[in-house]
Design a protein around this ligand. Structure first.
Ligand code: F6R
Ligand code: ZN
Length: 188
């Protein structure tokens, strides 16, 4: 039987208490998502294989819903920023909510039918991610970007399509500011 409980989320560190699981994603695991993967090699040669982001989950066995935090570290790779892998949900009728707690970033999205959108990730913004929209978070600020995500526990991840084709848009640094541009390497 499931029982209610209060879970504390620290909006600055992303700590979830109690949590049921967590993982860390190293920069090297994201190498081939960048437009110039050799710039990731150069970054790692200079700074080491740093943590790009952590995910902390509250995923109770037997529940229909789950939530957690993603803590993205700041960093730049060439003209791009530290980013998450990006995915569609494996279960195609499942959406998600991203509620930004601290830091600044951009949520990039594209639909199966080819439309693109972005949502500014600033504290207090709750992003609605409908089903069938690929989503990737990008930390464009100098601090950690911390957000809470909530979705159906069975939503799952389909990473394959974004890994092979890329996201349709990129967030790049232009004149000292983040700008959204079409991804020149997107595979139609
Ligand atoms: C779950 C979800 C987030 C991401 C997390 C890491 O559906 O969207 O919990 O999984 O922000 O991003 P990915 O999974 O794209 O590496
Ligand atoms: Zn998701």
């Amino acid at each position: 039987m499931l029982f209610p409980e209060g879970v504390t989320i620290d909006g600055l560190t992303g700590a979830v208490t109690p949590a049921t699981g967590r993982y860390v994603k190293k920069l090297s695991a994201l190498r081939d998502l960048y437009e110039r993967p050799e710039q990731v090699d150069a970054y790692i040669a200079a700074h080491g294989d740093v943590d790009a982001y952590d995910v902390i989950e509250y995923r109770p066995d037997g529940s229909d819903i789950c939530f957690g935090t993603t803590i993205m570290y700041p960093g730049r790779i060439g003209r791009e920023y530290f980013l998450t892998r990006g995915h569609f949900h494996a279960k195609t009728d499942r959406g998600e909510i991203y509620y930004t707690q601290s830091g600044e970033g951009v949520l990039l999205l594209h639909s199966r039918s080819g439309e693109t959108r972005s949502v500014a990730m600033t504290p207090g913004v709750c992003a609605f991610i409908p089903p069938e929209w690929a989503h990737r978070s990008v930390n464009t600020g100098p601090e950690k970007l911390v957000f809470v995500w909530m979705c159906g526990i069975d939503a799952g991840h389909d990473y394959g399509e974004v890994a092979t084709r890329g996201m349709r848009d990129l967030v790049v640094e232009q004149d000292g500011r983040p700008a959204i541009v079409a991804n020149p390497k997107y595979r139609v």
